[in-house]
Design a protein around this ligand. Structure first.
Ligand SMILES: [Zn+2]
Length: 136
C-alpha cells in the first residue's frame, strides 16, 4: 500500500500465483526468478504498469493468456436462507435450547456484519416437516 502525503491511499494491490499439480521444478525456479526480479505491486502501479504488464513480468517465459476478467468488489451473498441452513445444521436439540431462551435468533454474518433475525419456532417446524418427509 502506498500512502500519499495527505494520508489517502495512492495504490494498493497484490497478486496470487498458484502452481497446479505437475508443475516442473524448472518452471517453479523460473517463476521464483521472475517474481524475485519484480518490484512491489505498489511501485509497479506507481510507475503506471497495468495488471497485464505485471502478469507478463511474473509469467515471463510462459506465454500466458487472459481467459477471463472480472471486476472485483466488496460483496457478500449471505441471505436469510443461508443463515437458516446454518442454524438448522445445529440440530434439533440445540435449536430447541435456543428457542427456550429467545423466540428469535439474531445471526450476524462474519463477512459483512449484516444481522439476520430468524424466528426459531418456524425453523423448528421446518425441521420437523423435513424429518417427516424423509421418513426419519
Ligand atoms: Zn454477509
Amino acid at each position: 500500500m502506498l500512502v500519499a502525503p495527505d494520508l489517502t491511499i495512492r495504490h494498493a494491490g497484490g497478486f496470487l500465483l498458484q502452481l497446479l499439480p505437475g508443475a516442473l521444478d524448472e518452471e517453479i525456479d523460473r517463476l521464483e526468478k521472475n517474481v524475485g526480479a519484480m518490484q512491489s505491486v505498489t511501485q509497479m502501479l506507481e510507475r503506471g504498469l497495468s495488471l497485464e504488464d505485471m502478469m507478463n513480468l511474473a509469467l515471463d517465459g510462459f506465454a500466458p493468456q487472459v481467459l477471463d476478467e472480472q471486476e472485483v468488489r466488496y460483496f457478500c451473498d449471505c441471505s436469510r436462507e443461508r443463515m437458516e441452513r446454518a442454524l438448522l445444521s445445529l440440530g434439533k436439540e440445540e435449536l430447541e435450547a435456543l428457542a427456550e431462551q429467545d423466540d428469535v435468533a439474531e445471526v450476524c454474518c462474519q463477512f459483512c456484519d449484516k444481522k439476520h433475525r430468524i424466528p426459531l419456532k418456524g425453523l423448528l417446524r421446518q425441521l420437523e416437516e423435513s424429518k417427516r418427509k424423509n421418513g426419519k
